[in-house]
Design a binder for this molecule. Structure first.
Ligand SMILES: C[S@@+](CC[C@H](N)C(=O)[O-])C[C@H]1O[C@@H](n2cnc3c(N)ncnc32)[C@H](O)[C@@H]1O
Length: 297
């Protein structure tokens, strides 16, 4: 059973796409794309009109996709059921931290994308240090995120180089992910909100209960506000904005020979990428790639 078959039951209620974040994702995808694949698509948040297919392992999430959304297929990033160069662009929003093998998943994204790969994630170093909720109340949750976050530098390297930009989390963000309520602390006391935040749901209610009780006390007594002000002052001194944004990573899949390929006989690109890259850089071009079992064009 996929993790989100349990976690995702109420996803569409608290995780509504935020239009400001959507604008940044769509700008990163570019206006020169005809078709987009959404990987780890969930209920379809942030999919542009050009989306032709959504890949999502959880049936519960697929069932919450709205009428008129692109068709969904039950599959995982690590094994995309698409041929090489199938779409102009691939997007993966707030999902890489759930993949069992991020390297294999990113290799697959690059394999099927002709022009662009866009990944939205978070920077765990910034999140752990800067976000008052996990730093001051729920360090156990931060420790859990340490085990699953994919470092931004590693992602960029897996993508073969990428442009990175920071997407601010608006104080009234409509997409209820972990940092969304940074200025609405009472929200974290609501179990319906917590159910839509995998970090809190997976860390476990029993583990986070003492921290949440302290937060409730601090909110009731007014102690929460000074704590927040002090944190903001510290961040200003370090030249950081008050609350972390989400890194948006945009990569070009690169020249054909630089990317992993699935061979004609069904073999995956893993292990072939470096050899193919060498062939392309050496100028052997298409002949060299075809020699590795690629389809022609
Ligand atoms: C936080 S949700 C994000 C959904 C959607 N992209 C959004 O922005 O609302 C993470 C999604 O990643 C999916 N997921 C988990 N493991 C995956 C994998 N190995 N490959 C692709 N998607 C995966 C989950 O089922 C879930 O729907």
């Amino acid at each position: 059973m996929a993790t989100y078959d349990t976690l995702g039951a109420t996803y569409a209620r608290t995780r509504r796409p935020d239009p400001r974040i959507a604008a940044r994702i769509h700008a990163a995808l570019g206006d020169d794309i005809a078709d987009v694949l959404d990987v780890g698509a969930g209920t379809g948040s942030y999919e542009p009109p050009e989306t032709v297919l959504a890949v999502e392992p959880s049936r519960v999430m697929l069932d919450q996709r709205p009428p008129g959304a692109a068709p969904g297929v039950q599959a995982v990033a690590e094994r995309l059921p698409l041929r090489d160069d199938a779409v102009d662009a691939v997007m993966a929003v707030l999902t890489v931290h759930h993949w069992s093998d991020p390297a294999a998943g990113i290799r697959e994204l690059r394999r099927v994308a002709r022009r662009r790969v866009v990944v939205l994630t978070w920077d765990q170093d910034v999140f752990r240090e800067r976000f008052w909720l996990v730093r001051e109340y729920l360090p156990e949750a931060a420790a859990f995120d340490d085990t699953r976050a994919v470092p931004v530098g590693r992602l960029a390297a897996l993508l073969g180089g990428a442009r990175q930009e920071t997407v601010p989390v608006p104080h009234d963000c409509t997409d209820g992910f972990a940092a969304a309520y940074w200025r609405r602390p009472h929200a974290y006391l609501d179990p319906r909100v917590r159910a839509g935040i995998s970090l809190l749901a997976q860390t476990g209610e029993d583990v986070i209960a003492p921290g949440l009780a302290r937060l409730a006390d601090d909110l009731a007594s007014g102690r929460w506000h000074p704590a927040r002000r002090a944190a903001r002052a510290r961040h200003r001194r370090r030249g950081l904005p008050a609350v972390g944004g989400r890194p948006l990573i945009r990569a070009r899949p690169g020249r054909r020979g630089d990317r992993p390929r699935r061979g004609r006989c069904g073999r995956r690109g893993a292990g072939l990428g470096r050899r193919a890259g060498r062939v392309a850089r050496a100028g052997a071009g298409r002949g060299g790639c075809r020699g590795l079992g690629r389809r022609g064009r």
